[in-house]
Design a protein around this ligand. Sequence first.
Ligand code: PHE
Ligand code: ZN
Length: 882
Amino acid sequence: MNARPDPASLPIRLADYRPPAWRVERVELVFELGIDATEVAAKLLLRRDPAQDAPLRLDGENLELLAIALDGQPLPGTAYRPVEGSLEVDGVRDGSVLETRVRVHPAANTALEGLYLSGPHGTGFLLTQCEAQGFRHITYFPDRPDVQASYTVTLCADRARFPVLLAGGNPDGAGELEDGRHWARFVDPHPKPSYLFALVAGQLEKIERDYRNADGRDVQLKIWAEADAIERCHYAMDALERSMRWDEQVYGRNYDLDVFHVVATHDFNMGAMENKGLNIFNAKCLLADPDSSTDDEYRRVEAVIAHEYFHNWSGNRVTCRDWFQLSLKEGFTVFREQSFSADMNSAPLKRIEDVALLRRAQFPEDAGPLAHPVRPAEYREINNFYTATVYEKGAELVRMLAGRLGKEGFRRGTDLYFARNDGRAATIEDFLAALGEANGIDLTPYLAWYGQAGTPRLQAHGAYDAGRREYTLTLRQHTPPDQRQAHKQPLPIPVKLALFGADGRMLPLHMDGQTADGETERVVVLDRAEQRFVFRDVAERPVPSLLRGFSAPVILECDYTPTELALLLGHDPDGFNRWEAGQQLALRAYDALRDGTGPEAVAAWCDALAALFDDGNLDDALLADLLTPPGEIELAERESAVDPARIHALRQQLQQRLAARIGPAALDARYRALAARTTAALDAASQARRRLKQGVLQLLALLDPAQACGHAAAQYRDAPGMTDRLGALAVLARHDALRSAEPLAHFRTRYANDPLALDKWFALQAQLPGEAALARVQALEADPAFTLKNPNRARALLGSYASGNPTGFHRPDGAGYRLYAERLLALDALNPQIAARLATAFNGWQRLEPQRREAARAALAGLAAHDKLSRNLVEIVGNMLK
Ligand code: PHE
Ligand code: ZN
């Protein structure tokens, strides 16, 4: 053997993209389904690119090749070669038909990629997951998104064991076979990439609804789940119908098949998957009922249903040329979902939630060793790039473009994008070109956002000239360098702004020839390193409200005084910026506590919030969000030599100050008033009351734990739904360990057969702060319901511990890191995707204080030293240690 580098370990580069030498025009698949072994017969009609002269090379992994024939003739062993995850075949011509027959082993597939078993051997069902490269675990195929084929799929299986047979596309016949077997055929009229292929087979129940499209097509909507879960699918069905209507109205997009299936599984690596005509969902993102789902989970179900449905156009009809373009479908679809959720619920609350997620998940990613552009330039394992950057930052980029074009302009742009690229595999450039051309605007400057990692810092400085009645706003941008790019270029940053007078009213804006009469809000675009914007006729020294609605994914640094922030917090009609002013004020208060720089900043925050607490006009949910200071992860982002225990203690002190300022009596009275109106109703006002009630109870617990735990015990007992039940349990477990033992045990028994509720039970305990969390996690690992084989369960216990419990995980002695590294190793042998994803919890380790940093480094290095790691984990750990 020569010493060629293992090709599996070489990075794949965007710059190396070449169109496929061979395409598949049509594919016919016949499955003989079995739990332990399934046989797959494939017939491919092949087309050669006349401009290329490469042999046919099909992707295939862990396939047992049983038979192979070309144009009807069985091939001799010399005419084909399985090499390194692929199969080379000689003598293929344009128009040739290649037939293969392979065997795969679903029950042994613990990676949950390709064809696998969900649930127990005797009663579970079979399903597939093909994004990004799962199809090559099912049959030999050019498994890349720019190969789009027409699919005919026939499923054959034992009728008693697999009464339900589903595949994407329209049904095209079904019938009986010998020996109690049956078959069903599906034809998909829309050519699609292999990653959108799906099948499901087993014992499933369904709920159905008839839907008529805007263009008159009758569609059957069917949601499938195991018998014990089917009654929890009604909310998803309603959400699906709302999503379909919304996409018709807002984007002019209609559904394009006669049936639309959605299936729930408890065994899934991600949230859900947009397979053409057959969406498959992690049960966590589909099932909902008041007894076992929280308000947040209801909103997530609605959002994920919408997201997957919207992919039917942004992803399926128009797909990605290659995986570097992943954000073309994901960023756009997240943005579409965000707009939908904003329309269905409260727009400012949705924006707050999304920006909070961006700051908690994406900003740290963009500032650490895993940083990558929204369109990465290279990867080793594509599954590692389903990241907050590709999804959430990608959505922010689309939001900036939408803002630049305005509502109608953006619609013109997306209409052109869909029309021009329908049935094609497109690029980010195609997206920008269509949006721009439809509006006569050159959007290519925005391409720089897609190719450059790192969160830009935006510095703002205002100067008022009373004599000339002029206000000059100076904006500067700077993106910190990283290992890959020492010099970052300036980006176009849209800054939506308004100016406030001392009375809290917005001032009219006058910018030389640019602003219409009476306009009080506008967008300026900073596209250089530094720029000045001059406002004339400004009657008084204004307070600027900048980056309204979070108009760009940047970190704003502005020299506000606490009084100015308090003014915005009290008066800004932009709900997001109002919340943001509160967050900035809280950050100043936090810094003052930490640095001991006097009581003013803390008082400013507490006074402002105490006033809002008494203000009857504020939305309950917004008030709840305002009462919550930035989280520990966000706080850690602003520091070097991070000590998570200190951050936790300081943040808690800050909350205690607020609680004391509002006062125990006022908190207690508000809690009682909200508790008296508790129901399980799901309308926005009821959800908002529950959210505020929880916030108030948490504050009260910091002042008077006995009183708060008394309330919590009663709330747990009388809770009409999961939001109240879980909220009460969290307060009890955190503030009265003794008293929480009984309700925790009660919850464990009550939900013994409800995996999603049990996940919450594991997660809640894994997140209880303090060093004792480690022993608690180890004890929970011994619970008979714990298993590394189920991704939701592993995430609930281990993921919650490492990512949701900074003081518990970051023990100074490093024991948390060591335990976690051991578990990652075990997990990697079962499911590399999950192991790699959970490993990202180490992100930020380089900025820890020295003792923890060394312990984390040692744990990572120990992990890296193992020789049988998956490519997934090797890439993450390797980048982490670079
Ligand atoms: N494409 C899915 C989504 O965002 C996510 C996913 C990726 C699911 C890979 C499974 C595997 O909707
Ligand atoms: Zn998606």
